[in-house]
Design a binder for this molecule. Structure first.
Ligand SMILES: NC(=O)c1ccc[n+]([C@@H]2O[C@H](COP(=O)([O-])OP(=O)(O)OC[C@H]3O[C@@H](n4cnc5c(N)ncnc54)[C@H](O)[C@@H]3O)[C@@H](O)[C@H]2O)c1
Length: 305
């Protein structure tokens, strides 16, 4: 098959593009290498992949001749109030609207990477897909807007779209703005780590390899219009995850405390019944195993600096 992967120089997109190549597919990556974090890391992620530099929010898009589009490009991170908000609108809402338009025109399926952030402070835990979304960050609001846009394009122009709500991805190449890379750097280099909030906030941490497997299955097997949670099987608080990393490192973290991040959810816990029943996907990587892989990758890099 011939697939487009948007955001192919990013954390999850580069893993996905590699997995598709290994499975024998032809992959065209699209990415504009934003400077949200060091673009040199993205250059490294993109090594060995065919990634074209293209801004989805303004350049011409033509998906004819492809069998599907994995749309992962976007502006992640819940620190999305204030001056950065226009970037979230441009890189999430505007870019996605243009991707959906082009995919509908070419008649190709889009698998869209949405987020557990659409749930906000959810009414139920574990949270099934039909829980009313109540995002608490501008980021979550832009991702939910994209979901609505996909549905609008499906209704009016027959867009074949599948929505995946990823829950806290981690693993090698994780974005440096996320907590674990900062924890590993502090553990290896002996610096301090600032934990925002009391550490009691919990997450369905999901290993990137499991996320990739769910994303490929969604392209291959999901029904048009389907929405799935993609979440790790084990809920853990930040304090628990940090303790595991300390155990793996054999060192104690110099922990400082900062105020909670505005827009951060207190809890995420995925109900993955639907994706298990319909696509046969289950998270396979226990947190400890995934954190070990993450540690080995990240500690090697920090040590080599
Ligand atoms: N990492 C997570 O835990 C997580 C959780 C839920 C949802 N998601 C979603 O999954 C997707 C991938 O996340 P990630 O963590 O790999 O992020 P990432 O920032 O590493 O990757 C996103 C990529 O998109 C590119 N991009 C942004 N705007 C673009 C544009 N206008 N045109 C072309 N390229 C553009 C960036 O340069 C970047 O390489 C995002 O859509 C994100 O919202 C991620």
């Amino acid at each position: 098959m011939r697939y487009v992967v948007t955001g192919a120089a990013g954390f999850i997109g580069s893993h996905l593009a590699e997995a598709l190549q290994v499975a024998g597919h032809e992959v065209r990556g699209l990415d504009c290498f934003t400077d949200y974090y060091d673009p040199a890391l993205k250059e490294e992620n993109a090594r060995g992949l065919d990634v074209r530099r293209l801004d989805l929010a303004e350049e011409e898009l033509d998906f004819s001749g492809f069998d599907g589009v994995f749309h992962l490009a976007g502006q992640p991170g819940v620190r999305s109030f204030g001056d950065v908000f226009p970037l979230y609108v441009r890189r999430n809402v505007l870019a996605s609207q243009r991707v959906f338009e082009a995919a509908a025109t070419a008649g190709v399926r889009v698998v869209f990477s949405s987020s557990s952030s659409v749930y906000g402070d959810a009414e139920r835990y574990p949270t099934p897909e039909d829980t009313p979304p109540q995002p608490v960050s501008p980021y979550g609001i832009t991702k939910l807007t994209c979901e609505h846009l996909a549905r609008a394009y499906a209704r009016s122009f027959g867009l074949d779209a599948v929505v995946l709500r990823y829950f806290n991805a981690y693993g090698p190449r994780q974005r440096p703005d996320m907590a674990f890379p900062r924890v590993v750097a502090a553990l290896v280099e002996g610096g301090s780590f600032t934990l925002y909030g009391d550490g009691g906030q919990s997450r369905s941490f999901t290993y990137v390899g499991d996320i990739v497997a769910a994303t490929v299955l969604a392209m291959e097997r999901a029904g048009a219009g389907a929405v799935y949670n993609v979440g790790g099987g084990q809920e853990a608080t930040m304090n628990e995850a940090l303790a595991l990393l300390e155990e793996i490192a054999g060192r104690t973290l110099d922990r400082r405390h900062g105020p909670p991040v505005p827009g951060d959810q207190r809890r995420t816990k995925a109900d993955t019944t639907r994706i298990r029943d319909e696509l046969g996907w289950e998270p396979r990587t226990p947190l400890e195993v995934g954190l070990r892989a993450h540690w080995e990758w990240a500690a090697g890099r920090v040590g080599a600096r």
